[in-house]
Design a protein around this ligand. Structure first.
Ligand SMILES: *[C@@H]1O[C@H](CO)[C@@H](O)[C@H](O)[C@H]1NC(C)=O
Ligand SMILES: *[C@@H]1O[C@H](CO)[C@@H](O)[C@H](O)[C@H]1NC(C)=O
Ligand SMILES: *[C@@H]1O[C@H](CO)[C@@H](O)[C@H](O)[C@H]1NC(C)=O
Length: 638
């Protein structure tokens, strides 16, 4: 039961209703009207409270960006906590108040949707004490990933302990020794799971997720985890996509395994085997690294991708200019123009030392305003990321017109998927040519394949991992995997969906989950959300590219992977129509507007990577490599 208890809420609801009824006797018999009015009153009050929270956020933004103030002054930090706790209190109370509204009695579909979305919560539905514990546990898991905890080889004398993300990851990226990868792989797991810390943190968190589900009346806890997707069996839909792209994944996997065997003769990779996890981690970390151990399709120098860095500095000169260029992309589509007022008042540069070497720009939402704090880095990756950030700003500008509760994306990851499309477009040769950064609007065939290969490593290796991590969490939550089987169940998933195996024999006393799993325990950064953003992103991209005529299936001059839908009002209309709807409709309705499809599908990815697929198949055949894997049972259930 929710505090202060549904009974009390129901009583209050009826009392409020009686007041209304007595005040307007002509309506005495019309329940619907009364329910609606009562509900509206509750929502109006909540909106007013939300406004005070937005005001607070606005003050924090202004304070953070005032000249001469330290960026993380004590006051701003307190302010952030206040925003967080006020938001929680509001959501929690509102959900309690709305949980007794007879939704079926409401005629107004928008009102019904607002109630449905806000009456059920995830972690925010927990009582204050449990909620605090959940946040504590998330801080701990965050520390597993980012805390300086690891001393590989027990040697911390030189530089002190290291963090997984970024230090160990960066170390692994550079090494050419299999032993280094192994040492780091074991050392981090040992560090976080000394006295079973990692495992018990996980168990405690799952317990809270289950409690949160009971508050929603969900017998199956994953219904709360997937609540925002509002779908019967969302996991099955994700799995279908994983199988859909599996033929492509298997070819890439086979090619990579061949490369692994050459680079690391010591690694255990039989010709039909799975790839050891430490190497797979390295592969993923080297996607855009210039000295990766695996060879791209055309490794010789003349086929390397043209370096854009110098031209980028010459052409774009300052981060502000990058922002303006990114904003212009959306203006060319017919979306909002970012006014001078925005740049003067609501766009601020982060301090140079803030956010580290890979700082991420932040978008603020406090209607009627939206604001930006941007990372002042000037490179290709930041240029693309800024296009994604601008997408988020545009989305906020459209959503802020909608009633509180519907001024969000229709499901987690939906906004990121739209951002992904612009990121993809902004990185094409065609777009870089438009910006005068490249001298040609297309790459040579060889370069193009090299680029697709790196993109493929980046995307295709990551997608099954999002799925595996999400499925593991959900299957544990729902009780399909028991405590005694955690580790081997995890390796079973790695084997089945990714062809990845542990580096040596493991058992159920070990706890080998990788750092991206821990990151995904936080609903804000869940693997579900990342999965959806990636898959839907390619679906949107395909449909924007078709609409703009920049992708012509079968025409080698207009392949999907070089599509830049800049300036296309047709693509812009699709994007705007989706943004304007916010959460007023089911995400399937919203995606249908743009794509004509109502389901996640691997089609966007498959068409995007089609030339890579063809090349991989031929290459593997030449080398007599059989795709697929035959796993050793490397986890023993004892
Ligand atoms: C009750 O109120 C609703 C909303 O105002 C209205 O649509 C409906 O026709 C009313 N029904 C009756 C029986 O008066
Ligand atoms: C919930 O209802 C209580 C009792 O009517 C009220 O005091 C409180 O302000 C409401 N809170 C929200 C967020 O609706
Ligand atoms: C651009 O590249 C294409 C493909 O390599 C080539 O055919 C074309 O001549 C190039 N155009 C210019 C202007 O260099």
């Amino acid at each position: 039961m929710r505090l202060p208890g549904k009974g009390v809420q129901l009583l209050l609801f009826l009392l409020l209703q009686m007041e209304l009824t007595l005040g307007d006797s002509s309506r005495m018999s019309n329940h619907t009207a009364n329910y609606e009015q009562t509900t509206k009153q509750i929502l109006d009050k909540a909106t007013a409270r939300m406004r005070t929270i937005w005001d607070l956020k606005r003050r924090i933004f202004l304070q953070l960006t005032a000249k001469g103030k330290s960026p993380l002054g004590g006051q701003a930090l307190n302010g952030k906590q206040e925003v967080e706790s006020e938001t929680y209190r509001l959501q929690y109370e509102l959900a309690a108040n709305l949980s007794v509204v007879p939704v079926a009695e409401l005629d107004d579909p928008l009102l019904r949707r607002r109630v449905q979305r806000m009456a059920k919560l995830q972690l925010q539905g927990l009582r204050p004490k449990d909620y605090e514990q959940a946040k504590d546990l998330l801080r701990q898991t965050h520390n597993f990933v980012s805390g300086a905890l690891v001393c590989p080889l027990e040697d911390c004398s030189a530089r002190g302990p290291m963090s997984m993300d970024q230090q160990i990851v960066a170390k692994n990226r550079r090494t050419k020794l299999y032993d280094d990868l192994l040492i780091n792989w074991y050392a981090w797991r040992k560090a976080i799971n000394e006295k079973e810390t990692a495992k018990s943190t996980f168990i405690d968190f799952v317990r809270l997720l289950r409690i949160a589900a009971t508050y929603n009346g969900h017998v199956t806890p994953s219904r709360t985890w997937y609540h925002h997707f509002d779908t019967e069996n969302f996991q099955a839909e994700m799995e279908t996509v994983v199988w859909e792209i599996m033929p492509l994944y298997r070819e890439l996997h086979a090619y990579l395994r061949h490369e692994v065997r050459i680079a690391y003769p010591k690694a255990d990779t039989k010709s039909d085997g799975a790839i050891p996890a430490p190497v797979m981690d390295q592969i993923l970390s080297q996607d855009w690294y210039p000295h990766q151990f695996f060879r791209t399709p055309h490794p010789s120098k003349q086929h390397q991708l043209p370096s854009v860095h110098r031209r980028l500095e010459e052409v774009l000169v300052t981060p502000v200019k990058i922002n303006r260029k990114a904003a212009e992309f959306f203006e060319s589509l017919g979306l909002n123009h970012m006014s001078d007022n925005f740049y003067e008042k609501w766009s601020r540069r982060m301090k140079d030392d803030e956010g580290g070497p890979d700082c991420k720009s932040q978008v603020y939402y406090f209607p009627p305003d939206v604001a930006l704090r941007y990372c002042p880095k000037l490179d290709y990756k930041k240029m693309m990321q800024m296009h994604g950030t601008m997408a988020e700003l545009q989305y906020n500008i459209y959503k802020r017109q909608l009633p509180f509760g519907l001024d969000t994306e229709p499901c987690p990851g939906f906004g990121a998927a739209m951002a992904e499309t612009v990121i993809l477009a902004s990185g094409t040769a065609r777009h870089l040519f438009r910006l005068h950064i490249l001298l040609n609007d297309s790459l040579t065939e060889e370069q193009s394949l090299n680029r697709l290969f790196r993109m493929g490593v980046h995307t295709l290796v990551a997608v099954p991992q999002y799925f595996i991590n999400d499925k593991f969490l959900v299957d544990v939550m729902d009780g399909r995997i028991g405590v005694k089987d955690y580790n081997c169940a995890y390796w079973h998933l790695q084997d089945k969906f990714a062809g990845v195996q542990p580096p040596s024999q493991r058992n159920n006393r070990d706890f080998d989950l990788d750092f991206k799993f821990y990151r995904g325990m936080n609903p804000e950064t869940s693997n579900t959300k990342k999965f959806l953003a990636e898959i839907l992103g390619f679906q949107f991209y395909r449909s924007f590219c078709l609409a703009s005529g920049q992708y012509k299936p079968g025409d080698p001059d207009f392949p999907l992977h070089n599509c830049d839908f800049y300036d296309s009002k047709e693509a812009g209309k699709k994007m705007r129509d989706m943004m304007q709807l916010g959460a007023t409709r089911h995400w399937r309705d919203v995606m249908e507007i743009a794509t004509g499809e109502r389901k996640l599908s691997g089609r966007g990815i498959l068409e995007y990577f089609a030339p890579l697929f063809t090349w991989l198949k031929e290459r593997n055949k030449q080398l007599d490599i059989e795709p697929g894997w035959d796993a050793d049972e490397l986890c023993r259930k004892d």
